[in-house]
Design a protein around this ligand. Structure first.
Ligand code: TEU
Ligand code: CA
Length: 562
């Protein structure tokens, strides 16, 4: 595969829709309660029917699962709970046989502490692998700096063997790799080629804008009441990030017809222009977190704040405008780290179906590559387990224990978990109304959301007006209508607190997207929009009857000017 010349249609990812699989929760084929690769193979026809072009597969590599696979012990072996390398090879062939592509998760900001590189590195200060990681002496008996870990506590772990601390921005079992070390970078590039030479079609790159740290590792600013400093400005979008990404592109990616998406917490549109400008040969697109932080108090996702539609519109419009004809957007509401969007920005009862469709259309008519997270296409909702024992996510459990120690009540903390816990997205995929939603014949590793009786893929496939077929239509339109992938974007009624209205334009074509983000009827008073609602041709709606300028609860209407 190396040395393939790229042709103009190598921007295939601009017309593609990506479906994210979180393998642990997708489909269990052998009754051990854990999703696996054979289970994925069983469901590929379902994804083909939906129309997904690309599958983004969350990590399936050998891992002790401290962070459900985002702590990798061996990059070139398959986690035994998920199956074997032969299973993987079979899955890749089956995906390609259906005309779909497979993008893998590249987690190279850190490894597991059980990775051979770290096992060696911690043995002694002069071990050849010592500077594959960040080791520092403490300061006056304290950690080397005041950074906190994303998963709670300090970002430094003391190791008495060599009387030094190692850096872990995430869990203690996820030591950060030192990208300043060219030998480490070479090892990563060789690993990437191993997977690309198998024929995979690209990478989603985990917190990839964290791999370049400010070499001084300075203390972060401490917010009032916070135990640790926020080192974010010293480890996100760091001094050598563009150099590293361009080197990775030069050494590896440029040799394959692949798609890349960088997960970039803390990246703003002006960063994204640099990361995704095709001339700079870094990545094709990035995941921003800005729209996912709008319902959090600054700096702490667990302190809930109601989201304001005006802020959401402003943010998404900013990204559409900033990257138009400069770079490329990813478009997402959901993933394995985020609560389910229908419970978050929609209404999971009684307007679950209407709001799920409205949210889907609002996103899919924008410019960029849309990502559908498993279960989003059937309107799966958040879950409320009463006991912490039913939760599995290290981030959630650490936060619970930390806040209990700080005097927060159980109810307060559970409310934060109901609103923002990552396990909202990790309850098993709901395939049908049989036990455990048809996900497993065993005991699931995490409980199934009790709403599976009404919300499941089988019911969706049997209902022509289901959310599933609405997504199928959106995916199809993206292929048929160049205006969706190429047109300009203009936000209308920007101060309206209930309506999200925008226009796409390409030459003399125009699409008008009118979304009611509220559970009330809303009259469109704006004359210009009202006239278009009356005269333009309705392309898509989420109510049986055709809309007027009185938008029903969570109604979306998409109109074409010709
Ligand atoms: O997530 C990066 C990340 O910052 C998120 O963990 C986010 O900050 C957090 O979930 C807020 O709730 C990536 C992976 O998507 C995530 O699953 C991993 O836990 C993390 O990196 C470490 O690999
Ligand atoms: Ca299994």
């Amino acid at each position: 595969m190396e040395g393939k010349t790229l042709s103009i249609n190598d921007e295939w990812w601009k017309k593609s829709v990506v479906y994210q699989i979180y393998p642990r929760s997708f489909m269990d084929s052998n009754g051990d309660g854990i999703g696996d690769i054979q289970g994925i193979i069983e469901k590929l026809d379902y994804l083909r029917l939906l129309g997904a072009d690309v599958i983004w597969l969350s990590p399936v590599y050998d891992s002790p699962n401290d962070d459900n696979g985002y702590d990798i012990r061996n990059y070139q072996a398959i986690m035994k709970e998920f199956g074997t390398m032969a299973d993987f090879d079979q899955m890749l062939t089956e995906v390609h046989n259906r005309g779909m592509k497979l993008v893998m998760d590249l987690v190279v900001n850190h490894t597991s502490d059980e990775h051979i590189w770290f096992v060696e590195s911690k043995k002694s200060k002069d071990n050849p692998y010592r500077d594959y990681y960040f080791w520092r002496k403490g300061k006056e008996g304290q950690e080397p700096n005041n950074w906190g870990s994303v998963f709670g506590g300090s970002a430094w772990q003391y190791d008495e063997t060599t009387d030094e601390y190692y850096l872990h921005l995430f869990s203690k079992k996820q030591p950060d790799l030192n990208w300043e070390n060219p030998k480490l970078r070479k090892e990563v590039y060789n690993m990437m080629k191993f997977w690309l030479d198998k024929g995979i079609d690209g990478f989603r790159m985990d917190v990839i804008n964290m791999i370049s740290k400010n070499p001084e590792l300075p203390d972060g600013d401490k917010r009032k009441g916070q135990l640790y400093g926020d080192g974010g400005r010293y480890f996100m979008n760091g001094p050598r990030i563009h150099e590293f990404l361009q080197e990775m592109n030069q050494e590896v990616l440029s040799k394959y017809p692949v798609m890349t998406v960088g997960e970039m917490p803390g990246a703003a549109p002006e960063d994204a222009v640099l990361y995704t400008d095709p001339e700079r040969k870094e990545v094709n697109m990035i995941f921003t977190f800005e729209h996912m932080d709008l319902d959090s108090a600054p700096g702490d996702k667990w302190n809930l704040k109601p989201f304001e539609l005006v802020e959401l519109k402003e943010n998404l419009a900013k990204w559409q405008t900033a990257l138009h004809n400069k770079g490329w957007n990813s478009l997402y509401w959901n993933n394995h780290d985020q609560p389910r969007i229908v419970s978050r920005f929609g209404d999971d009862d009684p307007y679950r179906v209407e709001s799920a469709k409205m949210l889907a259309a609002c996103l899919h008519f924008m410019q960029g590559t849309p990502y559908i997270y498993q279960g989003e296409e059937i309107g799966m909702t958040n879950v409320k387990f009463t006991s912490l024992d039913d939760y599995r996510d290290i981030e959630t459990i650490n936060m619970y224990n930390e806040r209990r120690a700080l005097g927060y009540s159980h109810e307060e903390i559970m409310n934060s978990i109901y609103g923002k816990g990552r396990d909202n997205a990790r309850t098993p995929m709901q395939w049908d109304s049989t036990d455990n939603a048809g996900f497993t014949t065993g005991t699931p590793w995490i409980k199934v959301n009790p709403r599976y009786k009404e919300i499941n893929a089988k019911a969706a496939l049997e209902d022509p007006s289901s959310i599933f077929y609405f997504y199928q239509k959106l995916i199809q339109l993206r292929k048929e209508m160049d205006i969706i992938t190429k047109g300009g974007f203009e936000l209308l009624l920007k101060d309206h607190s209930q309506l999200f209205v925008y226009e796409r334009k390409l030459y003399d074509e125009r699409l008008l997207v009118v979304c009611n983000f509220s559970g009330e009827e809303v009259v469109v008073e704006d004359e210009a929009v009202g006239t278009k609602l009356k005269n333009d041709h309705v392309l898509l709606g989420n109510y049986e009857t055709v809309g007027t300028n009185v938008l029903r609860p969570y109604e979306v209407i998409v109109l074409k000017n010709s």
